[in-house]
Design a protein around this ligand. Structure first.
Ligand SMILES: [Zn+2]
Length: 363
């Protein structure tokens, strides 16, 4: 929490100095490496910087991908334990390598339900033995960014932003703070597939990125007739809803991409980078230009779309009618909501509401 306050303070100082835009980065501490995840602004519109960040090597802790190592307050195993790192899959920000065999690192703590330490997802700084750290190459075919602020997964391939998918990250409660999805940088480490949880919820196409935290398709229940029922969980996409996993939309975007598409392409792409941006207080979203193209089908769809060829309606209804983002403010389009397949930008008033909430939290 102290580090978070420092980051906000740093931004306020920048604003006071007359900078036009507050650039939030995951960490306030500088290591100096080019395109480091921790020092790349959380700005999805700068696709070149984001892609360069996604293909960088990552420093991980050696060990089994379902175990954690402790971080200590001092370079001494007898000192206070400040956080945990998941081995093999979780990246750490190396801040200092000491002569005595220890390194100072920071990361979002990976405590889980079985941990003795209970530091759930907080950004922590602590010491670990240098010989446990190893720098690992990342794949350069695909890269994934999950933003907890927008509840979106941005899919990158060969340097380009391919599409945007709706997700649900963890919804922590007072009694279950560990349901928060820890932010940070990760490698996808193993293909898990389909599983059923204790409550009878089925999930397909699961890929492990942080021990028990998986990327998988939006879950379903089986109804009395044995049919898959997605509606309850699909309606929650775009909001926090899970116990820590990242639920991903199963409906294809106009680019034909969904969780199954990712599963089919990432099976032989382990060490693909997945980064998760924290919804840091003070972060703000930009409002699209009024002339941004938007598409509608007024007689058959109560949604507005990002593409004239969206799978929300069948191909025989393509192409949809073009309007602009600015026209969404007109009365004729006031009843339309953002399509859950193609994920167009939110309405201006919705973005302003998010910005007001996060600006208020930064106070
Ligand atoms: Zn659509």
């Amino acid at each position: 929490m102290q580090i978070r306050c420092a980051a906000v303070l740093a931004v306020l100082v920048l604003l006071a100095a007359g900078c036009a835009l507050a650039e939030f980065t995951p960490a306030a501490t500088v290591c100096g490496k080019a395109y480091c995840y921790w020092e790349t602004p959380m700005d999805i519109t700068d696709t070149e910087a984001v892609w360069n960040m996604l293909i960088q090597p990552m420093t991980v802790v050696e060990g089994n991908q379902k175990t954690q190592e402790l971080l200590y307050a001092e370079p001494d195993q007898k000192s206070r334990r400040v956080g945990e790192v998941t081995c093999q899959s979780q990246g750490v920000h190396v801040l200092e390598t000491l002569d005595n065999g220890w390194s100072l690192v920071e990361c979002y703590s990976a405590s889980n339900g079985n941990s003795r330490l209970r530091v759930w997802g907080d950004l922590v700084k602590g010491y670990i033995r240098t010989d446990k750290l190893v720098e690992v190459e990342s794949r350069d075919r695909f890269g994934l960014v999950v933003d907890k602020l927008t509840q979106r997964l941005y899919v990158f391939g060969d340097g380009k932003l391919l599409t945007t998918l709706r997700v649900s990250t963890g919804a922590p409660t007072k009694w279950r703070p560990r349901y928060e999805t820890a932010s940070g940088e990760y490698h996808l480490v193993s293909m898990v597939g389909s599983f059923v949880d204790d409550s009878g919820l089925h999930s397909d196409y699961a890929i492990r990125f942080n021990d028990g935290d998986l990327l998988h398709a939006v879950p379903y229940r089986l109804d009395a007739n044995g049919n898959k029922s997605y509606s309850r969980y699909e309606a929650l996409l775009g909001t926090r809803a899970s116990a820590g996993c990242i639920r991903v939309q199963r409906r294809a975007t106009p680019e034909g991409i969904n969780m199954r598409w990712l599963w089919n392409r990432l099976g032989n792409q382990q060490r693909t980078r997945l980064v998760i941006w924290e919804d840091l207080p003070g972060r703000q979203l930009s409002i699209p230009a009024d002339d941004t193209p938007i598409y509608v089908h007024m007689s058959l769809s109560n949604y507005y779309h990002r593409s004239p060829e969206c799978y929300q309606l069948g191909e025989k209804f393509w192409p949809f009618e073009p309007i602009t983002y600015g026209q969404l403010e007109e009365e004729a389009y006031a009843h339309l909501t953002d399509c859950f397949c193609c994920n167009p930008p939110l309405r201006k008033k919705e973005i302003e509401a998010i910005n007001a909430q996060y600006a208020a939290e930064a106070q």
